[in-house]
Design a protein around this ligand. Structure first.
Ligand code: IPM
Ligand code: MG
Length: 398
């Protein structure tokens, strides 16, 4: 069995806590499935600024390039908020994304059954379920366009520019179409083609690519309308493909309607053979950092995506996702997803949530003999399921 190198980037705020909890779950999955991982712990974000003066030290990017995947917690915090743009912790994220060529960002938004009451939408809408993936273009657009400041007649001016090339739109559109093909065969492309020239090129290009995917139903929405429809009919969405900025905004909205931003994982992928990067879509939450309050499930589910998409282990990925479902079904909640109902036990902390998911991964093993630790059989719940009930990406709800 060959060792797989994983770059671990805990970052700032709650990052180290959610990464620690996730490591326990990965250890359990590795034990159960005989996977051999080694971790390179790397500096990025505010912690890297303090240690080296740079948010993304060269060594971090160089080492990440040699690993099979990167698992990142979160970066940023008020301590570094007054630094100039190119020195802010967020530069680390943008530098990793562009440095590794990770142009396709997959953000699945799933309303987990037991969390239906955490959905802020009307119960009748929540009852219809949500299972969609946002495909966000990640290395172009407004985030990476020309920017600057200059003096104008109205005083100092600042500008950022949105530029997209046909190549950039084409490759992200293909990711969207391919993903939709493995799911419900519905793709919504989001733009602002009624106003922006870059969006008009986006729409023309998506339309052209659509000719190669006659089996996928394509719909175009303007971004303002998309924001509205996400609230009005979230169950109608299957795969949504959009630009860097629109994807950033709409994925926070999609996260909220699934109950909590603490639940949503993401995968950032580039050309075949390059390492993928996996991270929760939430930020560093400095207000609760170090208090064992953060929800580690978004990072744990990101690790599941890593197992599936970068390590070729759909079996281990499904086991982690199944373990998360089992734990949620048993009523275990962190503060952010606790609906305060008296039927639920009190909220647990980050560490305990991680420990329970790790245990559920091991307990899900249908062959207890393969477990290497001595565990009592009473700890098992007799759930020998290893097949996923539903996938997180690339497959439809079953
Ligand atoms: C995200 C975040 C980042 C982004 C920030 C932290 C730079 O909001 O991953 O959604 O805007 O891409
Ligand atoms: Mg964001």
């Amino acid at each position: 069995m060959s060792r797989i190198r994983i770059a671990l980037v805990p970052g700032d705020g709650i990052g180290p806590e959610v990464i620690n909890a996730t490591r326990g779950v990965l250890d359990a999955a590795c034990r159960r499935f005989g996977i051999d991982l080694s971790y390179d712990e790397l500096l990025a974000g505010g912690i890297a600024i303090d240690a080296t003066g740079s948010p993304l030290p060269e060594a971090t990017l160089a080492t990440a390039r040699q690993c099979q995947a990167v698992l990142l917690g979160a970066v940023g915090g008020p301590r570094w908020d007054t630094l100039p743009g190119h020195l802010r912790p967020e530069r680390a994220l943008l530098g990793l994304r562009s440095g590794l060529g990770l142009y396709a960002n997959l953000r699945p938004a799933v309303l987990h059954g037991p969390l239906a009451s955490a959905c802020p939408l009307h119960p009748a809408i929540a009852a219809r379920g949500i299972d969609m993936v946002i495909v966000r273009e990640l290395t172009g657009g407004l985030y990476f366009g020309e920017r600057g400041r200059k003096n104008g007649p109205g005083g100092e001016e600042a500008f950022d520019t949105e530029t997209y090339s046909v190549l950039e739109v084409e490759r992200i559109a293909r990711v969207g179409f391919e993903l939709a093909r493995g799911r419900k065969r519905r793709l919504v492309s989001v733009d602002k083609a009624n106003v922006l020239e870059s969006s008009r090129l986006w729409r023309e290009t998506v339309l052209r690519v659509a000719a190669d995917y006659p089996d996928v139903a394509l719909e175009h929405l303007y971004v303002d309308n998309a924001a509205m429809q996400l609230i009005r009919r979230p169950d109608d969405f299957d795969v949504m493909v959009t630009s860097n900025l629109f994807g950033d905004i709409l994925s926070d909205e999609a996260a909220m309607i699934t109950g909590s931003i603490g639940m949503l994982p993401s995968a950032s992928l580039g050309a075949p053979g390059t390492p993928g990067m996996y991270e929760p879509i939430h930020g560093s939450a400095p207000d609760i950092a170090g208090q064992d309050k953060a929800n580690p499930l978004a990072t744990i589910l990101s690790a599941a995506m890593m197992l599936r998409l970068s390590l070729g282990r759909p079996d281990a990925a499904a086991a982690v996702e199944e373990a998360v479902r089992t734990v949620l079904e048993s009523g275990v909640r962190t503060l952010d997803i606790h609906d305060r109902s008296p039927e639920l036990p009190p909220a647990v902390g980050t560490r305990e949530m991680g420990r329970l998911v790790a245990r559920a991964v091991l307990d899900g093993d249908p062959d207890p003999a393969s477990r290497t630790t001595s565990r009592t059989s009473s700890a098992r719940k007799g759930k020998g399921r290893t097949a996923p009930k539903s996938g997180r990406t690339g497959r439809s709800r079953s």
